[in-house]
Design a protein around this ligand. Sequence first.
Ligand code: FE
Length: 284
Amino acid sequence: MVKVRTIADTTVSIPTVEGAGVHLRRAFGFHKPELYDPFLLFDDFRSDTPADYLKGFPWHPHRGIDTITYMLQGDVEHGDSLGNSGVISDGEVQWMTAGRGIIHQEMPKGDKDGRLHGFQLWLNLPAGEKMGPPRYRDIGVGEIPTVRLADGVTIKIICGRIGDIVGPVTGIAADPEYLDISLPAGCSYSHPTRTGHTAIAYVIGGSGSFAPDAANCGNTSLLLFADGEEILVRASDQGLRFLFFAGIPLREPIVWRGPIVMNTEEEIVQAFLEYHNGTFLGRQ
Ligand code: FE
């Protein structure tokens, strides 16, 4: 018998304000980070109102984590201390490994109708990689494979694999999966998960049940799965679209202040000292 994952916790994302005054919804982050290990934070910044997002996320540092931005609709302009600049647009992903340090800004612009639909996930780096080299991966729409199953289920693979199809981001310590899964009305889908890996779903459209114990989960529902060998999902008559994350828990101390996540208080103090005295990027 395959062991289907039950639901360890279910909630909905909560409105909050981030950056220079961006109104968004936080699904998890800052509270009980060990529950979501290796993931740290997930923000849903979907909005059709430019006033919600135009103030953006001006220059700020990151160290010790990956930030992963996934856009469904609208543009986010970015620039950083490595000299990169560009736009993350509809269907694109930016997978940033901050490592020992990046200073960047992320300024949402939306689309011509004022829509900005996107998400940002933070993934922790293991102690041995927190001071590694910073890196960006800019992933175009054409690089993200879409797997279409016989019953109409479609899966976009940002990271991970479905059968022989592998997503564009590889070589990440926590061996994460990041999938965008759509089910037609009434359809069921089971997704294999490795035992011991943390597994999380966040509903972004329609509604459905996450068997065996979470029914009627609609937009903005967050589900944290207990351990097991697969997740089992069934769409309501509205269909269901959800993001799925899984990865190996790092089980290391998490000392977190704002955009910097390290293992000890000393490392945090050091990071902010360097940021304030201008040596944050000094060893690059
Ligand atoms: Fe940032």
